[in-house]
Design a protein. Structure first.
Length: 502
C-alpha cells in the first residue's frame, strides 16, 4: 500500500493536492477479518483518524455494471432486485438459471473447479459471464475461467455442499430445514461468527458503534497511513531491528533455525523462526525445496488516475452521469477493445480526503480507470500498450462508457497519470487449496521447517488487506502460544500461516 498527495492546479484561483493510491483505496470493517484489522488499528491509535463512508451513501448503494453499451445499476436490496428484474435485460437474463438452481444436483466430488464452471453449472452462463466475471475483474484483475472457486468463493462451495443449493442456503427457514447434508462439513459461517464475537469483546464499544453503520473507511492521507504507523510502532518497540532495502538472496535451514543471506552483508543472519511475507513467486527461488511457490501467476494491469476540475459557474457546467462507487466491465461486454476492467469514482467512493475550497466544495473530481489483467495474461512488457496509449484509453472510457463529454475532458482535465503495475495480484488457479495443503504438510512435517517457517502475505489465503492482516495475526497468536510452552500439533499446524488457504 502506497499513498501520495500530488499537487493539482484546481482552478484559476487556487491549487490543491490529489490523494493517489497505488493499491487498495478502502477497507470494510465488517465480519471477522474486518474486525481483526480494526483491532490492529486500535493498537496503533489510528481509529480516531478513520474517514468513514456510511452504508446509506451513494457509493454503498450504487454500483454499476457496463453491459450492452450502457451502465446498469446493480440491485442493492430485495426491492431493487425486483425492480431490476422487470427493467434490466442484464438481470432478466440470469432468472432462468436462478430458477433452475435449486434443482441442480450438488457436486459429489471434492475436486476443485473454476469460478466460471461452478456458477455456470449452478446458476447458468449469464450469471458466470456477466456478474461473476465483472466482480473478478474488480477484485483480482483475473479470469473466472482460471480462478479456483474453493479459494476465491469458498462459502459458495460450502453452501452447495451443506444445503444442496445456493438459493436454498439463503432461505430463512431455519438450519434444520436447510441442512440436507451434514457429515464432515466445515461451517465457515459459524466459525467466523464465533471468532468475530470474541474480537468484538476486545474492541472498545465506542469503536464498534462507530463502524456499525459504516460501509467502508480509509484515512485522510490514504491507506498508506497504516504502513507508516506500523513502521513507527516497530521502530519504537524494544528488541526490534528494521533493516530497510536489505534484499534476501538465500534462505537455508540450519540445525538451530533459519539462516538468511542478505545483500551487502558479509555474515548471514540467524533466526529461530522466519515469517516470510514476500510474494510466493519471489520466495520460490529462495526456497526451492518448498513445492508450488512459483505455480500461480500474478496479474499485470494498469491504473490511470484522472483528476477533473469541478463544475464552475463561470465555465462549462457538467455532472457525472452516475453517482456511486463506480462500474465494472464483464468479459462479455461488447466494444471493449481498450481492455477495460472498471472505473472507480473516487470522489464518491471515498469523499472527504481532499481539502475543500474556499466555498466548501471539493476542489476536483477524481476517478481511476483500471485495465489489462486477464487481457494481458502471458504478454511481455514490450507487448503492452505504452503509458501514453493507456492514458488515451482511459479518456476514451470516460467518454464512451461513463458518458463524460469530450469537451469536458478537454477543458477540465487537471491531472492524467497512467501506470503499469506488473505482477500485482496473485491468481489462485484451480487446484490452489490442494497445492497449499502440500505446502502446509511440508511446513508441519519436514524437520527442517517445522516450527521455523511461516508463510504470510497475499499469495496464499486472500488478496485483500483484511485477509493479510487477519492471517498474520492469527498465525502470530498461534506462534506465541506454541513458543510459550503450549506446543501441540494444533499450534504447529496453525503456525504455518496457511490454515485459511486449506
Amino acid at each position: 500500500m502506497h499513498s501520495e498527495r500530488v499537487p493539482v492546479h484546481a482552478d484559476a484561483k487556487s491549487d490543491a493536492t490529489a490523494l493517489l493510491e497505488s493499491g487498495p483505496r478502502s477497507l470494510m470493517p465488517s465480519r471477522y477479518k474486518g474486525l481483526r484489522t480494526l483491532e490492529m488499528l486500535d493498537q496503533l491509535s489510528l481509529t480516531d483518524r478513520m474517514v468513514l463512508v456510511p452504508k446509506n451513501s451513494p457509493s454503498a448503494k450504487n454500483r454499476f455494471l457496463y453491459h450492452n453499451g450502457r451502465l446498469n445499476r446493480l440491485p442493492s436490496s430485495p426491492f431493487s432486485a425486483l425492480f431490476a428484474m422487470m427493467r434490466l435485460p442484464l438481470v432478466r437474463a440470469t432468472l432462468p438459471g436462478l430458477f433452475r438452481e435449486p434443482l441442480v444436483e450438488r457436486r459429489t466430488t471434492s475436486e476443485d473447479e473454476s469460478v466460471h464452471d461452478f456458477l455456470s453449472r449452478r446458476a447458468g452462463k449469464p450469471m458466470a459471464e456477466n456478474m461473476a466475471s465483472a466482480m473478478i475483474h474488480g477484485i483480482y484483475a483475473g479470469d473466472t475461467r482460471e480462478l479456483s472457486i474453493q479459494s476465491v468463493m469458498p462459502n459458495l462451495v460450502d453452501m452447495e455442499q451443506t444445503h444442496g443449493s445456493l438459493l436454498r442456503a439463503a432461505m430463512p427457514f431455519g438450519k434444520k430445514l436447510n441442512s440436507r447434508y451434514r457429515a464432515g462439513l466445515r461451517n465457515r459461517w459459524a466459525e467466523e461468527k464465533e471468532k468475530a464475537a470474541r474480537v468484538s469483546q476486545r474492541l472498545p464499544p465506542a469503536l464498534l458503534d462507530m463502524v456499525k453503520s459504516t460501509s467502508i473507511y480509509s484515512f485522510p492521507n490514504g491507506l498508506g497511513e497504516i504502513i507508516a504507523a506500523l513502521q513507527d510502532h516497530l521502530i519504537a518497540a524494544p528488541h526490534v531491528e528494521l533493516r530497510m532495502d536489505a534484499a534476501c538472496e538465500k534462505i537455508e535451514a540450519s540445525p538451530d533455525g533459519v539462516e538468511l543471506h542478505l545483500a551487502n552483508e558479509k555474515a548471514p543472519l540467524f533466526a529461530d523462526r522466519l515469517l516470510a511475507a514476500l510474494p510466493s513467486a519471489k520466495l520460490a527461488p529462495l526456497l526451492p525445496e518448498i513445492p508450488h511457490l512459483g505455480y500461480n501467476p500474478s496479474a499485470t494491469m494498469s491504473v490511470v488516475d484522472v483528476v477533473l476540475a469541478p463544475p464552475d459557474a463561470s465555465s462549462m457546467q457538467y455532472e457525472l452521469p452516475i453517482r456511486g462507487f463506480g462500474f465494472l466491465v464483464p468479459r462479455s461486454a461488447s466494444n471493449n477493445q481498450d481492455e477495460i476492467l472498471g472505473v472507480v469514482l473516487d470522489s464518491d467512493a471515498m469523499p472527504n480526503q481532499g481539502t475543500p475550497g474556499a466555498d466548501g466544495r471539493p476542489p476536483f473530481i477524481k476517478l481511476t480507470v483500471m485495465l489489462g489483467g486477464p487481457y494481458w495474461r502471458g504478454k511481455q512488457r514490450e507487448e503492452l500498450p505504452s503509458v501514453d496509449e493507456i492514458e488515451q484509453r482511459a479518456l476514451r472510457t470516460l467518454e464512451n462508457m461513463l458518458g463524460v463529454p469530450s469537451s469536458v475532458l478537454q477543458t477540465h482535465l487537471r491531472l492524467l497519470r497512467g501506470r503499469v503495475l506488473e505482477n500485482t495480484i496473485p491468481q489462485y488457479l484451480v487446484g490452489h487449496p490442494a497445492r497449499m495443503q502440500e505446502v502446509h504438510d511440508v511446513l508441519v512435517h519436514d524437520p527442517r521447517w517445522r516450527d521455523r517457517l511461516t508463510l504470510l502475505g497475499f499469495s496464499y489465503a486472500g488478496v485483500g488487506v483484511n485477509d493479510c492482516v487477519t492471517n498474520t495475526l492469527d498465525a502470530c497468536d498461534a506462534i506465541v502460544t506454541h513458543e510459550q510452552g503450549d506446543a501441540s500439533e494444533q499450534t504447529a499446524s496453525q503456525s504455518t500461516g496457511l490454515c485459511a488457504a486449506l
